[in-house]
Design a protein around this ligand. Structure first.
Ligand SMILES: [Zn+2]
Length: 143
């Protein structure tokens, strides 16, 4: 007897095995992770580093203003921050204890402390309607 459910299960299993399907899934996941990061960076820093206005999504990260990120990691149980943390944040109202910093400024904060006024002068870039690029724009920009 022809069993439509069996046929469907077989078809799905074949799809999952196929490299083309997996590549497509991988690209889709990559795009959604990127979109979530863009959304979080736009929400917490208007798409650029709070200190130097660097708007390269590749170097932007979330910073716990009071250096209490360990609390978040303990509560939620995940080791890294990144995407699982972004997923949680996008479900919550905006928090006041987070800001966007680029990796350079993360290191500056570690060295010079939380108070921006104590950081070396002349590092702040010109604010030019800074925003985060879409993945396509970004690809075009980097070439
Ligand atoms: Zn910066």
């Amino acid at each position: 007897m022809y069993d439509v459910n069996k046929r469907r299960a077989c078809c799905r299993a074949y799809q999952k095995r196929s490299a083309k399907y997996r590549a497509k899934e991988k690209a889709k996941n990559r795009q959604s992770r990127h979109d979530r990061k863009v959304a979080v960076m736009n929400l917490y820093g208007n798409g650029s580093c709070t200190f130097c206005q660097d708007d390269d999504i590749a170097v932007l990260s979330l910073d716990h203003i009071n250096d209490d990120g360990v609390k978040d990691r303990r509560i939620s149980g995940f080791k890294g921050m990144g995407d699982p943390f972004y997923i949680q944040l996008l479900k919550q109202p905006k928090r006041e204890d987070l800001q966007v910093l680029c990796m350079s400024c993360q290191f500056r904060k570690r060295k010079y402390g939380r108070d921006f006024s104590l950081w070396p002068k002349g590092r702040r870039a010109v604010v030019s309607g800074a925003r985060v690029f879409s993945l396509e724009e970004y690809a075009r920009k980097v070439g």
